[in-house]
Design a protein around this ligand. Structure first.
Ligand code: LLP
Length: 419
């Protein structure tokens, strides 16, 4: 939880001043109590469903340990995420290996780990079957269905449009289940979809679930016994203070559709959900120091974090609330555009924000940075990734060290003749 005391932003009972003095800037800071509040909201709302946290949103191991200790499974989208999820102790029966372009090596790794797969193509199905036979195992699978639903979100994060690269078009899916049912090494037992991210209207989720049940009925006729129907992630959060649905509101609309759908099935599948952003998004603030304030075409505030550390504003025009963490009790005085240190004109973190008078050395807080923040960071422009810290009450813990310049070149090799 975040609060203001004596003009300073606090994360739980720790002042930003203390954090910046201890770890420097830029710095990602996560509030454990906020994370636990979000986890509880989902667990309370979806008591009989299985929650699989989307590791792509934030793969900090300490955060993952808290989530896995709360009984979550995991949605992973790569061999790397699978590796991290296993390290964080997510139970393998509730790890779903998603991905539209898995390599043969990743498929082998998934089969050996004993996790379930969401299969995104016929090519993947055959590779999976062959691999499972070679490894002498049987893999539980779902197909990633494209239900063709416009989730009314940013086009770059709508994932179930007809034009989307993800999933298998729903029209042909039953035949593919039939093929899978007859193939050795794979056991079709689930149906999966994911319609997009940062969705703030519940109706597309309902529409998707209804479509999943239409498919489920036909798939059962083949003989498939369904263990799960996975509706993906995607619940949005309130970046702009305009409101966003809660897990309880999502459950209120989805669960009756699920119960009703179940009554028409022979098998008794679990409902699976894969929330990412709504678990970690608002738990974390990115702290960045002002290097310079400049009046030119606009009032520019140049800070030490840019799209190397928070890509969302540059990539999706995303809005993140911004405040001066050491002047929280002062009124907005001037309009500033907050820019990062990257050599690109698009390196803008917030445009035309009314803030108290900003000066060199001030600490800027960028809120709601816990989802797809650090996870999408890069070393572009020779910028090292910053540290991450977890706050628990009045304690704070370093959960990821800042990179050093050596980390920029650690994997580079120079051929002998260039030495
Ligand atoms: N499951 C699957 C299969 C997904 O592809 C995703 C997100 C999720 C679950 C989690 O969705 P969430 O609950 O976090 O909305 N980088 C973008 C978001 C990309 C989301 C990709 N898939 C952003 O910063 O807005």
């Amino acid at each position: 939880m975040f609060s203001v005391r004596n003009g300073w932003l606090f994360v739980e009972d720790v002042s930003i001043k203390e954090l910046v003095e201890s770890y420097g800037t830029p710095l990602y800071v996560t509030s454990r109590s906020t994370l636990e509040r979000n986890i509880k909201a989902y667990k309370d709302a979806f008591k009989d469903a299985k929650l699989l946290y989307a590791v792509k949103a934030n793969n900090n191991l300490s955060i993952l340990r808290i989530i896995s200790a709360n009984g979550f499974g995991a949605d992973v989208f790569s061999g790397g995420e699978l590796y991290i999820a296993l390290l964080a102790d997510f139970p393998k029966e509730y790890i779903l290996f998603n991905g539209n372009s898995k390599s043969d090596e990743e498929i082998r790794m998934g089969v050996r780990s004993g996790v379930a797969f969401s299969v995104d193509s016929i090519d993947e199905l055959y590779t999976l079957s062959e691999t499972a036979i070679l490894e002498d195992s049987e893999v539980r699978i779902a197909f990633r269905v494209n239900p063709e639903i416009d989730a009314k979100t940013h086009p770059k994060i709508a994932t179930a449009l007809r034009t989307s690269k993800f999933g298998i078009p729903w029209e042909g899916i039953v035949d593919i289940y039939r093929t899978a049912y007859e193939l050795p090494g794979v056991e079709p037992c689930g149906i999966h979809c994911h319609i997009g991210s940062q969705i703030t209207d519940i109706s597309p989720f309902v529409e998707a679930l209804e479509k999943m049940f239409q498919i489920a009925k036909q798939v059962e006729e083949i003989g498939v016994e369904l263990e799960f129907i996975d509706i993906g992630g995607g619940l949005g959060i309130d970046y702009e203070g305009k409101g966003a649905p809660t897990p309880a509101q999502l459950a209120e609309k989805l669960l009756p559709v699920f119960e009703n759908g179940l009554s028409e099935l022979k098998s008794d599948p679990e409902l699976w959900l894969e929330p990412g952003r709504s678990i970690v998004g608002d738990t974390t603030v990115l702290l960045t120091k002002v290097n310079a304030v400049k009046k030119s075409y606009k009032n520019f505030v140049a800070v030490d974090a840019g799209f190397n550390l928070l890509l969302r504003p540059a990539m999706y025009n995303a809005y993140h609330r911004i405040a001066v963490a050491n002047k929280m009790d002062r009124e907005g005085e001037e309009v500033y555009t907050i820019v990062g240190p990257i050599c690109e004109s698009g390196d803008i973190l917030g445009e035309d924000r009314k803030l108290p008078k900003v000066e060199k050395g001030d600490i800027i807080a960028i809120f709601d940075a816990g989802a797809y923040g650090f996870a999408m960071s890069s070393q572009y422009n020779g910028r090292t990734r910053c540290a991450e810290v977890l706050v628990e009450g009045s304690h704070h813990y370093l959960t990821r060290e800042a990179e050093s310049y050596g980390d920029l070149i650690v994997k580079q090799r120079i051929p002998e003749h260039l030495l």
